[in-house]
Unconditional design. Structure first.
Ligand SMILES: Cc1ncc(COP(=O)(O)O)c(C=O)c1O
Length: 484
């Protein structure tokens, strides 16, 4: 009986979009009499007035629906989505198996507070993740809600496990907007501007990205790697003694800092330094994890073992969930109660994440990422080979379906010292190309302090949709360059 009632309720939820909204709300007249706005324009106006100015927004209007690789706005505008909600809806919007799993969990148990009891989806998720960890030593899990929270937990774990305080991070790195995460974020000053002091005990070295060293894109990887590792040695000799240093935190593929993959030699160099000094290596896979780069985790491309790994975004395809994974010998040093959080590891989010892990495996997502990635790189390289475009594209880079194009700029950070500054380059190329793409039906975004456009399409995107997006991008680039 209970099962039948639940099935009926579930089928109603799933058909929810076809329900007559008037019957739910009592109709527009009833809403207006209660002072509730009905038109999309009225609601947007309400948002502009009452939603914090601290939020930036890429598009105007109300995003109303999402299905697969497309989103639809309230006014009927339909866009091919190459943002995936900033790398979150990696299996496309409302993947039926993920939404179904979440809906079923909604009717079973929504909230089983993690400090009160285990719940089944939490444990099933651990069961799914254990075999895909980049190293078998990563065997102890804690789930939270956001990437920033998981970064906080990783820092806490590293400090408790080592009894040391200092954290070394990367110039160009991004780890979130809470106070600890903000302290190790060095991609743009906007994230911490005007709100210091943030968490103390943080030091940074340049990521092996040519901009961070004031070098051109043609610089050999080995030069970038040795310069970055040299700075790490200097830092440990001059600023943060190894015995005070708890962890090095690194994104194996720099996200908000410009979509720059770290060379395996760099990651191995960090591992060696950590091993030499008893420092822990925290690998932040919030944006690069869950098949985004053609392997389950970006760090696998290098074969380097993390001590602690941070995960979020694609983990649950849109349901809020993050995690910190460590070694049991380290997490056993945490006193019970030192990790937790009211909503941490929510049952609906965990059920969605279990479905995500099953879909990645069952629908051969890694193979699709690798195929579509080749097509995307081919198309961007073909665009770059056009003599009208060539002078303005500095770099095409990334891994899997985490790909970026960097344009030239007449006035980037440190322009007077930067060998790639191009005085005759049109200004703000990245944001103008993004705007032109959106006008043509492709939702895409910029990243970093430089002129970078990033591609984060769904991992199960079709050949046709990928081609369509890449063509729109090419048209947008040519149009903006013609405009000058
Ligand atoms: C690499 C990385 N770490 C951490 C975060 C912070 O995650 P959240 O926005 O969920 O707090 C992000 C978000 O973009 C990220 O890209």
């Amino acid at each position: 009986m209970l099962q039948a009632t639940r099935r009926l309720a579930l089928s109603r939820i799933i058909k929810g979009s076809t329900l007559n909204r008037m019957s739910i709300n009592g109709g527009p007249a009833a809403l207006q009499s209660r002072g509730v706005s009905t038109s999309a324009d009225d609601l947007c106006e309400l948002g502009r007035r009452h939603v914090t100015n601290g939020l930036g927004r890429l598009t105007e209007g109300i995003m109303a629906k999402g299905s697969g690789s497309y989103v639809e706005y309230e006014d009927g505008k339909r866009l091919l989505d190459f943002t995936s909600g900033i790398g979150v809806t990696s299996l496309g919007h409302c993947h039926p198996k993920v939404s179904q799993a979440a809906a079923e969990q909604c009717l079973t148990l929504v909230h089983a507070q993690c400090s009160i009891a285990f719940h089944k989806p939490y444990l099933q998720l651990v069961e799914r993740l254990l075999p895909v960890m980049p190293h078998p030593s990563l065997d102890s899990f804690f789930f939270w809600n956001s990437g920033s929270e998981a970064v906080e937990a990783a820092i806490k774990l590293a400090r408790v496990a080592t009894g040391r305080q200092h954290i070394i991070c990367m110039q160009g790195g991004y780890h979130g907007r809470t106070y600890g995460a903000m302290a190790v974020t060095k991609s743009k000053t906007i994230y911490s501007e005007g709100v210091f002091p943030v968490m103390p005990g943080v030091f940074s070295i340049p990521y092996p990205y040519w901009h961070q060293h004031g070098l051109p894109p043609s610089t050999p990887t080995s030069t970038l790697v040795s310069r970055s590792l040299y700075q790490l040695d200097l830092l440990l000799a001059q600023q943060s003694a190894p015995r005070d240093t708890a962890a090095i935190i690194v994104e194996p593929l720099l996200g908000e800092g410009g979509y720059v993959p770290a060379a395996p030699e760099f990651l191995q160099g960090l591992r060696d330094v950590c091993d030499k000094h008893g420092i822990l290596l925290i690998v932040d896979e919030v944006q690069s994890g869950f098949a985004r780069t053609g392997k389950f985790f970006m760090i696998e491309h290098s074969g380097v073992r993390p001590d602690i790994m941070v995960i979020a975004k694609g983990l649950a395809n849109g349901f809020p969930l993050s995690g910190v994974v460590g070694r049991k010998e380290h997490t056993d040093k945490l006193k019970p109660g030192t990790m937790g959080g009211t909503y941490a590891g929510n049952a609906v989010s965990c059920a969605a994440a279990v479905a995500v892990a099953d879909v990645i495996k069952g629908e051969n997502i890694l193979a699709n990422v690798q195929d579509r990635s080749r097509e995307l790189f081919d198309s961007l390289e073909a665009l770059r080979s056009d003599p009208d475009v060539f002078p303005y594209i500095l770099d095409v880079r990334g891994a899997g379906l985490m790909v970026a194009v960097e344009f030239s700029s007449p006035n980037g950070p440190g322009a007077q010292f930067d060998p790639v500054t191009k005085a005759d380059s049109p200004k703000s190329l990245a944001s103008r190309v993004v705007k032109a793409c959106i006008d043509k039906g492709l939702l895409i975004m910029t990243t970093s302090a430089y002129e970078v456009v990033r591609f984060i399409p769904p991992l199960n995107i079709s050949h046709q949709d990928l081609k369509k997006g890449a063509e729109i991008f090419g048209q947008a680039v040519r149009q903006v360059l013609r405009e000058g």
